[in-house]
Structure formats: C-alpha cells, structure tokens
Ligand binder design. Sequence first.
Ligand SMILES: [Mg+2]
Length: 161
Amino acid sequence: MLGPDRFAPRLADVSHEELEDSGIRGIIVDLDNTLMGFRETELGEDHIRWVERAHDRGFRMVMLSNNFTRRVTGIADQLSIPCIPNALKPLPFGFLQAKRLLALPRRQIAVVGDQLFTDVLGGKLCGHYTILTEPIEAKDFAITRLFRLLERWVLAGRRPQ
Ligand SMILES: [Mg+2]
C-alpha cells in the first residue's frame, strides 16, 4: 500500500514522456520541498521549465499543499496552475477536489511529492499513480522529521541504488 509507483531525485527528473506512456494526463504536485525548498523564496529555473513543458504537452496540473500561507497561492499564480492550500494530506478531501479540477479519471492522474505519508499515501488511497521525490531541503518541521524516520524504515531496501 505504501510503496510509490516510481522514485525521482527531483520533480525536474520526472519524464513527461514516461508519464504519457503510463497513460497519465493530469498531475497533482506538492509545493514544499517538491517544487521548492522550504526556505527558498524563488522557484528553480528547472522547475519553472518543467511546468511549462508539462503545459505545452497538454498535461492538466494542480498544486495540492498542506501549507496554508500566501506562499502557496503566490507560487501557483506564478506557474499558472490552480492550487488547493491547507489540503490536510493524506486525507482524501483535497485529492478529490484536485481530481474534480483536473476532470480526469483517477488512473490518469499522477501525484508527485516528497513525503510518503502525505503525498504518496494520500494519492494511493485515491487510486492515483504516485511518484516520490527526494526532499529539496533536509531541514523540516519536527513532525516531518519523525515521518522521515518512519519513511526510511518502510522504504528500507525498496529504494533503487
Ligand atoms: Mg512536501
């Protein structure tokens, strides 16, 4: 139940072609530590280009974040994608809202995020394709650090070398 369908070092390493080959037409993307480092104030060029290319190829996108600050809407505006802040991942409400916005069947939607217990678990509970990225920055909230320890335990031996 907990294993992601795929691992990627960074969002920018996720191949649009491979997503298309897997039948994916919509992407639910996490903000903090996936699109942008926790303490970064600007998006990386590679992630801006990745989102542009996704748009060019016809992917529908939505940002789904547990963060509830103005940061979420600001970054989503910059990327021209709708956003759902305060999503309470892994609970399904935000994911269901995102699926409605994407207007796609659940199997055609990929969830990309850096946390097993919010992004991947929530995505899997809703029947989506899931991709786990490495967190951009190591430093995080205490609760996130606890989850990281549990992640390492759950994923032991499963991550490709
Ligand atoms: Mg995150």
